[in-house]
Design a protein around this ligand. Structure first.
Ligand code: FAD
Length: 426
């Protein structure tokens, strides 16, 4: 997958994830000679992993709603999406022979759900357009006169400064797939402002199960029996101390140390920021989202004769298994016999979260190169000719296809900007 040339490249891309590949595509389309370097033996490893659970390429919702997923960055990302939004990305995929469909949640997937055929077709098209791939080259930073230092299989190697450079080095999640955030050092030295990298779309560790308790986390018995199991359907409600609110129905998974999964990821930015500010985040679970409070109280109060409480909850409300176990994690024996307390807890079971899981385990990364130190072409103001794209930039979004769309859209913008810049240097 590697070729070499002693000629300086006109344009160089470092990072062969979706952002870097898109930048390379735009550079090649503009007629530039493009060399792409990546630390790993092959490109697009995270993209391929994303395809394991069904590649969620983008989302079909209206543009306005789509933009709002980027929260305070919505406005800054608008010009990227003007280049490549959900419908445009579907069309782009169709150009590679990959048809897509809209799932029941509005998420968009390739018809076969996989990432590998798309990546294969994309690489073929890039090679045909003249993009040359240099694998196993980990960028270390700059040498004199803008030359680029790489750790390569044969040792350290220096590549002459290209006319334009696109860095698309990813965030810091799943470092085993290539992106480890080590770019922060050289970029800070080059004058880039970098917001601290934080976990996004991540799981959490549980704090004390009861207010004031010294011990944190689930009971050993609970972990042994339930870790890895989903809680569903459930409504997660979070009311932050600074007024931010989240409420949604879905499902999540119990882990050995806390919680993770789609519903938790959706709330994770708020939960993470709450913990950073106040030391913990308190959320509530509605274990019976399809019953109102009065119904739950009436059922709990209903005389149960000789039946046990567990049997009663199961037959009257369908509470059993993991949901029942959750009750016993937060209520003691006396509390669970208190019908009002029990009914209240079924509708508002408190969970205290103590910490977000490390960024290495997260689906994505928040923080990164601040957009304020880039121009509208995503060129570093302090370092003309150097462009940045993808998850290494300071934006975040929930899962739902927004991460790939914004990564690729920013790659498009940076690639076009770099092409124009390189041409001006010629
Ligand atoms: C389990 C999982 C599932 C996901 N599923 C989805 C999904 O379904 N939909 C969605 O929208 N998003 C999903 N994502 C997120 C999505 O994959 C990322 O947001 C996206 O890959 C970011 O693209 P990128 O090009 O910016 O970075 P990356 O994909 O991380 O690519 C960066 C590239 O740069 C290379 N690199 C890094 N540092 C160096 C260096 N110093 N020198 C040379 N090369 C370097 C890396 O090897 C890598 O190839 C998922 C993520 C995970 C972890």
């Amino acid at each position: 997958m590697s070729s070499n040339s002693s000629l300086p490249a006109q344009a160089l891309v470092i990072g062969g994830g979706p952002a870097g590949l898109m930048a390379a595509e735009r550079l090649a389309a503009a007629g530039l000679r493009v060399d792409l370097y990546d630390a790993m033996p092959s490109v697009g490893r995270k993209f391929l992993l994303a395809g394991k659970g069904g590649l969620n390429l983008t989302h079909s919702e209206e543009r306005e709603a789509f933009e709002q997923r980027f929260a305070e960055r919505a406005q800054a990302l608008r010009p990227w999406l003007d280049r490549l939004d959900g419908p445009a990305l579907r069309q782009w995929a169709a150009g590679l022979g990959i048809e897509t469909f809209v799932g029941s949640s509005g998420r968009v997937f390739p018809t076969d759900m996989k990432a590998a055929p798309l990546l294969r077709a994309w690489l073929q098209r890039l090679r045909a357009a003249g993009v040359r791939f240099h694998m196993r080259h980990r960028w270390l930073g700059w040498a004199a006169e803008g030359a680029l230092r790489f750790a390569a299989p044969e040792g350290e190697r220096t590549v002459p400064a290209p006319a334009a450079l696109v860095l698309a080095l990813g965030g810091a999640s799943w470092p085993q797939l290539g992106s480890n955030g080590a770019w922060q050092g050289p970029l800070a030295e080059a004058g880039a402002e970098i917001a601290p990298l934080r976990a996004a779309n991540c799981g959490f560790d549980l704090g004390p199960r009861r207010e004031g308790a010294a011990e944190a986390g689930w009971s050993a018995f609970f972990v042994e029996r339930w870790a890895g199991q989903p809680v569903k359907p459930v409504r997660l409600v979070f009311e932050g101390r600074s007024g931010r609110r989240f409420e949604r129905q879905g499902e999540f998974v119990v882990t050995a140390r806390g919680i993770e999964g789609s519903l938790v990821y959706a709330a994770s930015a708020l939960l993470r920021d709450e913990i950073a500010e106040f030391g913990e985040a308190l959320l509530h679970l509605d274990l019976l989202p399809n019953h109102d409070e009065a119904q739950v109280l009436a059922e709990v109060r209903r005389p149960r004769g000789p039946r046990s409480l567990s049997t009663h909850l199961k037959s009257r409300l369908g509470i059993e298994g993991l949901k029942a176990a959750l009750l016993y994690e937060v209520l003691d024996k006396a509390e669970i016999q208190d019908t009002e307390r029990l009914a209240r807890t079924l509708k508002r079971l408190p969970l205290r979260l103590a910490a977000a899981r490390p960024v290495a385990e997260a689906i994505s990364t928040a923080g990164g190169v601040r957009l304020e130190c880039l121009d509208e072409h995503l060129m570093l103001c302090q370092r003309p000719g150097v462009f940045c794209a993808g998850e290494m930039l300071d934006w975040e979004a929930p899962t739902g296809g927004y991460l790939l769309t914004a990564s690729m859209a920013s790659g498009w913008v940076a690639g076009e900007g770099a092409a124009a810049y390189a041409k001006r240097q010629a």
